[in-house]
Each structure stands twice: as C-alpha cells, then as structure tokens.
Design a protein around this ligand. Structure first.
Ligand code: RP5
Length: 159
C-alpha cells in the first residue's frame, strides 16, 4: 500500500513536501513524481490509468494556475484523488488554483484541501488508508492526541 504524491512542476515541491513529510511520520510509503497535465499529457494518462495496478491506494495531486492535474487524474483513475491548490508565483492570489481544482463536475470528485494545504492532504490520505489498516489508524489517533496536548501546553500559564 502506497500513497502517490504528484505535482505539475518541480516548483510545486516546496509546498508538496509537507504531504511527503507527514506521511513519512505516519510510516506510510510514498512515491513522488512530476506529472504535468499540459506538458506531459501522455505521462498523465499512463499514471492515471495504471496507479491502482501499482499498489497505490490514494493519489495526492498538487498544481497551480490552470490546475487541471487533479481533475484529469480523477477522470481516469478509480482511486480517491486529493487535490492541493498551489499558489504558484504567477497565480491570481491562488484563486485560479483553488477554483480549477475545487469546481469539479458531478460524478468526478476531487477532495480539495486549502491553498498550499499539502499537510492536510497527507493526513486525509492517511485517514483513508487508516479506515482499513488498524496500525495506521492507531498512529492517526496518537497524532490527534498530540495536537490536543500541544494546545493544552500552549495555554499553560495563561490567567
Ligand atoms: C502548473 O504551473 C504547476 O503545477 C505550477 O504550479 C505552475 C508553474 O509551473 P512552472 O512554470 O514553475 O513549471 O502547471
């Protein structure tokens, strides 16, 4: 069982690294690749049609601008696709990325996270896997516990 993290450009990596890091911290195997909807369309087709045959269970796809990657992957893959709108340097405040990924037609869902929300994409992917894998579920429970503890600690000393 692996989670794929793909992105439209190497320039998306600083954002998408958060998904890789959180999944590694959960002990989940990841594969990472650059797949551009517009510049490598044949690779996009090949990846989308075959990801489920390669032991991949969830696909996280990040892109910016005219961000067609997550939607096009979702159009061809039977796997759940989580979309990460990336605020690329030439974007219109990130709205172009958000709306391109969010506004999918009925029948072709992409679970869209916040702008640059790759960390949440990683957590959501782990939760999907955790629904069928008790050891991953345990790690999600511990992670949520650590969030609670961090907030409690931050409140110490307040009157
Ligand atoms: C999109 O265009 C990529 O996902 C990236 O966010 C944006 C800019 O790409 P580069 O020009 O940096 O390769 O396709």
């Amino acid at each position: 069982m692996k989670i794929a993290i793909i992105m439209g450009s190497i320039s998306d990596l600083p954002v998408m690294q958060d998904a890789i890091d959180i999944l590694k911290s959960f002990g989940i195997e990841t594969i990472t690749d650059i797949v551009s909807a517009h510049r490598t369309p044949e690779k996009l087709f090949d990846f989308s049609k075959n990801a489920h045959l390669r032991g991949i269970s969830v696909i996280i796809a990040g892109a910016g601008g005219a961000a067609h990657l997550p939607g096009m992957v979702a159009s061809m893959s039977p796997l759940p696709v989580i979309g990460v709108p990336v605020k690329s340097s030439n974007s219109i405040d990130g709205w172009d990325s958000i709306l391109s990924i969010l506004q999918m037609p009925g029948g072709v869902p992409v679970a869209t996270v916040a702008l640059n929300g790759a960390k949440n994409a990683g957590i959501l992917a782990a939760q999907i896997v955790g629904a069928h894998d008790p050891s991953v579920l345990e790690r999600i429970i511990s992670y949520k516990e650590s969030l609670k503890e961090a907030v409690s600690k931050s409140a110490l000393g307040l009157q």
